[in-house]
Design a protein. Structure first.
Length: 295
């Protein structure tokens, strides 16, 4: 077990990326039960009681360690830290903005922090303020990302050279080839997001999963959302946002997320996914994915 495995207290250094509202307890538990490290998502949670309910629901179906992602733009993020500490969740990932204020609070609560970064500069800053590990997320990744990043192939070795704490790779990883490549680039673990959407355990609607399966390697686009961008599947709605006929703020909120991600109305919202979609060819169980990845 390497440094990341020890930090996460799991068999394999594989973190399931937090994907908005589709990190259901069944998916999180399945990842942890298969030897990885599952994460609950908090980006769209608007009631701290929901997070507690999800933690307890996950505990009922796994006795393995799991964590949560803290999205710094969520106004309830400080309340979430308190709940995580009370529920004895000991590792989190942090994304969506500067971790400078939240890392000391996490350390005071005995919670380890893995900070998601798109650049070497931000990796160094996260290490300087006390991060326990870095997740170097390349621009191939799905979901939210900044305006200034590099590909996984470049970012991971650059970050690995720049910091002394453990580094995990994210973006464009979905099978054993990506897993091994990440290790060759200097990472000690990986974070996998899009591949875990197209699984039997994920609560995402079949329509969403099918679009990932049928996507080509060029089937995603970067959609501008004011302070950040979202890599999403190329749908007619995404094309309308890109050409300016629809405002992104109108179709990237909790209501549209629920309609598109969970209810399957793919015309009502943006569907985040990484470029790895072009390599996903079927819906598998979480265990099948992890077993193949580490084989």
């Amino acid at each position: 077990m390497n440094a990341v495995g020890k930090l996460l207290k799991c068999q394999y250094p594989i973190i399931q990326g937090a994907m908005g509202v589709i990190c259901n307890p069944e998916l999180v538990a399945a990842v942890s039960n298969a030897g990885g490290f599952g994460l609950l998502a908090t980006a769209f949670i608007q009631d701290s009681g929901i997070l507690r309910d999800q933690i307890q629901a996950t505990k009922r179906i796994t006795d393995k360690p799991f964590g949560a992602n803290l999205f710094t733009m969520n106004p309830l993020v400080i309340e979430f830290v308190e709940i995580l500490a009370e529920e004895k969740v000991s590792v989190v990932t942090v994304s969506g903005g500067s971790p400078k204020q939240i890392i000391p609070l996490l350390r005071d609560k005995g919670i380890k922090s893995l900070i998601v970064v798109p650049t070497v500069d931000l990796a160094r800053k996260a290490e300087a303020v006390g991060a326990d590990a870095i997740i170097a997320e390349g621009s191939e990744s799905g979901g939210m990302q900044g305006y200034n990043g590099a590909s996984t192939m470049i970012l991971v070795p650059a970050v690995s050279d720049a910091v002394k704490i453990p580094v995990l790779a994210a973006g464009g990883i979905g099978d054993s080839r990506g897993y091994k490549a990440a290790m060759a680039l200097g990472a000690q673990g990986v974070q996998v997001g899009t591949r875990f959407i197209a699984t039997k355990e994920c609560m995402a609607h079949t329509n969403y999963k099918d679009m990932i399966i049928h996507s080509e390697e060029t089937g995603t686009r970067l959609v501008h959302m004011d302070r950040f961008r979202v890599r999403a599947l190329h749908t007619p709605l995404v094309e309308e946002i890109i050409n300016g006929s629809v405002k992104s703020s109108e179709v990237f909120n909790s209501q549209s997320v629920m309609k598109s991600w969970i209810e399957g109305d793919i015309d009502s919202g943006v569907l985040p996914a990484g470029e790895i979609s072009g390599l996903v060819s079927g819906i598998l169980s979480v265990k099948e994915i992890i077993d193949e990845m580490v084989s």
